[in-house]
Design a protein around this ligand. Structure first.
Ligand SMILES: Nc1ncnc2c1ncn2[C@@H]1O[C@H](COP(=O)(O)OP(=O)(O)OP(=O)(O)O)[C@@H](O)[C@H]1O
Ligand SMILES: O=P(O)(O)OC[C@H]1O[C@](O)(CO)[C@@H](O)[C@@H]1O
Ligand SMILES: [Mg+2]
Length: 362
């Protein structure tokens, strides 16, 4: 029997458990592979004693409907810059060779890492250093290059849309402006999808730095015409034309990404100063990462899981199945990590939003 190691890394999202289940079921159906899971990404391999569990169809039964990941995850355990303490000093050390040799010593023939852009940059590095690894695209942000969809994105859009749906009547009842901040890092996928789905008046995405004058004009016209309310959806990574993103550095050891958040409050203050309007802010936050995966994400999770296992069986390492133009097909991890996937300015989402009169802050 061959041995396969499975892990989830980066932020959790709905659909991760569906991939885990699909890989385990496909492996059991194949009959030649045993599947194990490393908990908290590679921490399960690097910890002493290790924290690796055997994944059987009994363990994964029914998990595809549950959010989160039964394997747990981390977004601060980069094995190439692992936080450590040496002689009382806080340092970062490259543990990738140790990681790869431990995985081999434990008898694993291959690894499947379910991750987003940050995780797959690590996967590509490990592949270049001799690890037999295959990726699976996940993240609510939908910002992984080479795939039209990542697992978790559609469910996050549903969650954000439902929240904005709920905010519209209260904005209307109180004649207010409500600014809703959504996740997505430096890409506006969640923002623009949920703004269009809910029918927001303004959507502000990182791809189009916003002009406060354009927003003021839109709001003035909304209130002048007697509609008397407006809903603005803003990406956590959005920025004004004359200014930067709102972010801070995390004080958690090993946390590499800037912590985004606060742009909605900044915009609300600007609106209050410029116009005599009541403004409220809602930050959706990690609610977007929770909940049961919708049917789309469950199906995508099943397809990605099965395809990733196929790649392992065929020895096609350094690859990742993606969803492109309605087909599931493999591309190299090198390609998937070669660019960051923002919304192209000519994308139909942007032209459709503009055509319906939605203000994109320009
Ligand atoms: N396999 C891994 N094991 C442990 N830590 C990892 C692993 N892969 C990545 N990391 C850490 O997590 C960070 C990636 O987190 P990031 O939030 O960017 O994840 P992601 O994969 O892009 O998914 P998402 O964007 O959905 O959170 C990396 O910078 C690194 O510190
Ligand atoms: O779980 P954390 O560390 O707060 O990460 C938040 C980030 O993770 C994501 O939810 C997924 O990448 C981003 O949208 C957000 O900026
Ligand atoms: Mg990411």
């Amino acid at each position: 029997m061959k041995k396969l190691l499975l892990l989830t890394s980066g932020g959790d999202c709905p659909g991760l458990n569906g991939v885990i289940r699909a890989v385990v079921k496909a492996a059991e159906h194949d009959g030649n592979w045993q599947v194990y899971g490393s908990r908290r990404a590679y921490c399960g391999v690097l910890e002493k004693p290790n924290d690796i569990i055997h994944l059987t169809s009994e363990v994964v039964a029914g998990i595809h409907v549950r959010g989160g990941t039964i394997l747990e995850t981390v977004n601060k355990g980069n094995p190439t810059a692992f936080p450590a303490e040496i002689a009382g000093e806080q340092v970062f050390i490259d543990r990738s060779d140790e990681l790869i040799s431990t995985i081999k010593q434990l008898g694993f023939d291959a690894v499947i890492n379910i991750g987003g852009d940050g995780s797959h940059r690590v996967s590509q590095h490990l592949f270049e250093h001799g690890l037999n690894i295959v990726g699976v695209p996940k993240t609510i942000d939908n910002d992984l290059y080479g795939t039209d969809y990542t697992i978790g994105f559609q469910t996050a859009v549903d969650t954000a849309t439902e929240a904005i749906d709920r905010l519209i009547p209260t904005a209307q009842s109180h004649n207010r402006v409500i600014v809703t901040e959504v996740m997505g890092r430096d890409a506006g996928w969640i923002c623009l999808h949920s703004a269009i789905a809910a029918g927001a008046e303004v959507a502000l995405i990182p791809e189009i730095p916003y002009d406060i004058e354009a927003i003021k004009a839109k709001l003035t016209s909304r209130f002048d015409k007697g509609h008397g309310f407006a809903n603005i959806v803003i990406s956590e990574g959005a920025k004004p034309i004359a200014g930067g993103i709102v972010s801070k550095q995390s004080n958690e050891r090993g946390y590499e990404n800037p912590v985004l958040g606060g742009i909605a409050e900044q915009l609300a203050s600007q609106i209050r100063v410029a116009l005599d309007l009541d403004v409220r802010v809602t930050v959706l936050g990690h609610i977007q990462r929770g909940g049961t995966p919708n049917a789309f994400d469950r199906v995508l999770a099943a397809e990605f899981g099965v395809q990733a296992f196929e790649l392992v069986k065929q020895g096609q390492f350094g690859f990742i199945p993606v969803s492109k133009d309605g087909e599931i097909k493999p591309i190299s991890l090198k390609e998937a990590t070669s660019e960051y996937r923002v919304i192209p300015l000519e994308h139909s989402l942007i032209t459709s939003a503009r055509a319906m009169g939605m203000c994109l802050g320009e």
